[in-house]
Design a protein around this ligand. Structure first.
Ligand code: GLA
Length: 410
């Protein structure tokens, strides 16, 4: 009798202990329902590098509103590398208090009070690329800290990650964000090394497909141990990736260099149009407090943004490429299409495009542009001007390093 009683107690306590110990299942999948169209916002890195502080961030948020950028869809204000101070004796990360004296929570409150969202940056390794404390070993603690501050977006970099496997490392931070409970967009910044487009869709909301962008239209910058890439070089690195992108999971060809002083107005247009055609995140990287009209006109063109933000979320494709002249198509909702004629060459190029003779087919997403059975109205996306219909061939010219982007509407 006594023995039976003891046995019963043992079984009971064991099942209690096991029940408690084992009923927590780690969730390695990202928050769903975020960025169903490509994220739009601003990031500090391209223009300010490590020179970030709360004054800049607040003024940028103010400028995003006063410039009209918020009205056309820009939402995220993302602080990149170098906001960090030290970890305290309990391991909690703190911002650099000289640069962010009011703390991150107060800054997030300010950003939220303006109807915008705040993004932050960390790194899967021991240190960020800028040598600040990384999140390795502190993933759950950092995620909790960010959630407590009210962060909405995390860019997670890949410096100093020796011995780590990318998919596992990004799954860890996803699980940590999940556990912290505040929905955050996860931007995987792994530079495309370990094919993030294959495992990234389940783990994060966007993933870098290449190394860093360099502020030039067509050049490669050699830093010795690594290279950064001009706008056209980045564009070429997107080949073969479009099937991996879609609502909530985007290829990220890096942040915009528009308005940073090195591209001509035509190159700025080409950069913006092509990022729209690629359904890429539109993360501006210039000084929003000090933009000229040309920059603002490019960044806020509603037709180009509509191409980027189309609900189907289909990444465009290169249809042809001859002597530095490329034609790109992107299927849009309601059977409409965006088309871009990109002139990468040093001289102007003539176009004579017979819509009815061309066979435009998107084999991956099963879309077909058939100008023989459907007459599309043509609109110049940059100017908004109507350009007739697809019944007639398009005859025009594109200047060197410029682009013509059209919207074909049924
Ligand atoms: C890496 C990233 C960049 C930027 C810097 C910050 O190079 O790819 O986008 O975040 O680190 O140090």
């Amino acid at each position: 009798m006594k023995l039976r009683f003891l046995l019963l107690i043992t079984v009971f306590t064991c099942s209690l202990a096991f029940g408690q110990g084992n009923n927590y299942v780690q969730n390695y999948s990202k928050f769903d329902g975020l960025v169903l169209t490509p994220p739009m916002g601003w990031n500090s890195w391209n223009r300010f590098a490590c020179n970030v502080d709360e004054k800049l961030i607040k003024e940028t948020a103010d400028a995003m509103i006063s410039s009209g950028m918020k009205k056309v869809g820009y939402t995220y204000i993302n602080i990149d590398d170098c906001w960090h101070g030290e970890r305290d004796s309990l391991g909690f990360i703190h911002p650099d208090m000289k640069r962010f004296p009011s703390g991150m929570k107060a800054l997030a409150d300010y950003i939220h009070s303006k109807g915008l969202k705040l993004g932050l940056y960390s790194d899967a390794g021991s240190q960020t690329c800028g040598g600040r404390p990384g999140s390795r070993g502190y993933e759950f603690q950092d995620a909790l800290t960010y959630a407590g501050w009210g962060i909405d977006y995390l860019k997670y970099d890949w410096c100093n990650t020796e011995g780590l496997k990318a998919e596992g490392a990004y799954k860890t931070i996803t699980a940590a964000l999940r556990k912290a409970g505040r929905p955050m967009v996860l931007s995987i910044c792994e530079w495309g090394t370990d094919k993030p487009w294959v495992w990234g869709p389940a783990v994060g909301h966007l993933w870098r497909t290449s190394g860093d962008i360099f502020n030039c239209f067509d050049c490669v910058e050699d830093h010795g141990t690594w290279k950064s890439w001009g706008v056209m070089q980045i564009l070429d690195k997107q080949d073969g990736l479009r099937q991996y992108a879609g609502p909530g999971h985007w290829n990220d060809p890096d942040m915009l260099e528009i308005g940073n002083g090195k591209l001509t107005p035509g190159e700025d247009r080409a950069h913006f149009s092509m990022w729209a055609m690629l359904a890429a995140p539109l993360i501006s990287g210039n000084d929003l407090r000090d933009m000229n009209q040309e920059t603002l006109d490019v960044l806020t063109n509603r037709n180009i943004i509509a191409i980027n933000q189309d609900v189907l979320g289909i990444q465009g494709f290169r249809y042809s490429k001859i002597n530095g002249f490329e034609i790109w198509f992107k299927p849009l909702n309601n059977g409409n299409w965006a088309v871009s004629f990109l002139n990468r060459s040093p001289e102007a190029k003539k176009i004579d495009f017979d819509w009815q003779a061309e066979k435009v087919k998107d084999e991956i997403f099963q879309k077909e542009l058939n100008a023989n059975t459907i007459v599309y109205n043509i609109k110049n996306a940059w100017t908004g001007k109507a350009l007739g219909t697809t019944r007639k061939s398009l005859k025009t010219e594109v200047p060197s390093h410029d682009i013509l982007t059209l919207i074909l509407e049924k």
